[in-house]
Design a protein around this ligand. Structure first.
Ligand code: ADP
Length: 236
């Protein structure tokens, strides 16, 4: 059941967010509202990008401040938030948990208690869309790296989230597969937030955030942010 206060026009809001792991503050002073179709996040290793991404679907709850998805606080409404915001990890092996390709994709739908007939239909449709139909009964671990990333994406999309967060979706892939995944992401009807070092992936993004030492130091169109990021790195 959708809580009465859910309002998709609000997007994802981060209000006075700070996050610490133990004593160590890794995000500080984050105030943002994300409503664009495509938002990218770049920054050096350890700048807080992955923690930022995890805040957006409640995988991480901020130490201070609030994260709201369509007005729902990730602290109180984590189940509803996760239905609205899918998350694709950098390493598909972290996301693939079931013995066969089809079972792996069906898992989230079982959790949502989608009836078996509809489940089978949605799984078949999504495997077909990502060129995995011929592998439905194969062990997932035998897929190539690119196919595994497609499987991880299929497993999220089959749940029909309104938005998808990607954490370095192409980092572990070769160039051909990285391009293929970039194309898949570009064609998604869903709103996307993508953390990436692969600047090609973010080329057409509406908005790109540059993170440094736990803060957002630039926030603008892709070209402007990439330029600022290059300058930041050159000045080091
Ligand atoms: P990025 O994605 O930009 O590399 P992260 O958000 O992964 O940044 O990490 C930011 C900082 O937080 C790093 O110094 C990292 O070591 C630390 N960190 C990340 N996850 C954890 C964790 N689960 N426990 C403790 N420290 C963490």
């Amino acid at each position: 059941l959708v809580p009465a206060e859910a309002d998709p026009s609000r997007g994802i809001e981060l209000v006075g967010v700070r996050h610490a792991y133990g004593e160590r503050t890794v995000l500080d002073g984050i105030d943002l509202r994300l409503t664009e179709h495509r938002v990218g996040v770049i920054g050096s290793n350890g700048s807080g990008k992955s923690t930022f991404a995890r805040l957006l679907n409640g995988l991480v709850v901020p130490t201070a401040g609030r994260v709201l998805v369509d007005g729902l606080d990730t602290r109180d409404a984590v189940r509803e938030v996760r239905r609205r915001v899918g998350f694709v990890f950098q390493d598909p092996d972290a996301q693939i948990v079931h013995p066969t390709v089809a079972e792996d994709v069906a898992y989230g739908l079982e959790n949502q208690q989608v009836a078996p007939a509809e489940r089978a239909e949605r799984v078949a449709e999504i495997l077909d869309r990502y060129g995995l139909a011929g592998h439905a009964d194969h062990p997932a671990h035998l897929l190539s790296g690119g196919q595994k990333q497609l499987l991880a994406i299929a497993g999220v999309l089959v749940m029909r989230p309104a938005r998808v967060v990607f954490d370095e979706p192409t980092t572990l892939l070769d160039l051909v597969n990285a391009r293929r995944i970039a194309r898949v992401i570009a064609e998604l009807p869903q709103a996307v937030v993508a953390v990436s070092h692969d600047l090609d992936l973010l080329d057409d993004f509406d908005r790109v955030l540059v993170m440094d030492a736990g803060r957002v130091v630039e926030d603008g169109p892709a070209e402007q942010s990439v330029r600022a990021y290059r300058k930041l790195m050159a000045d080091r």
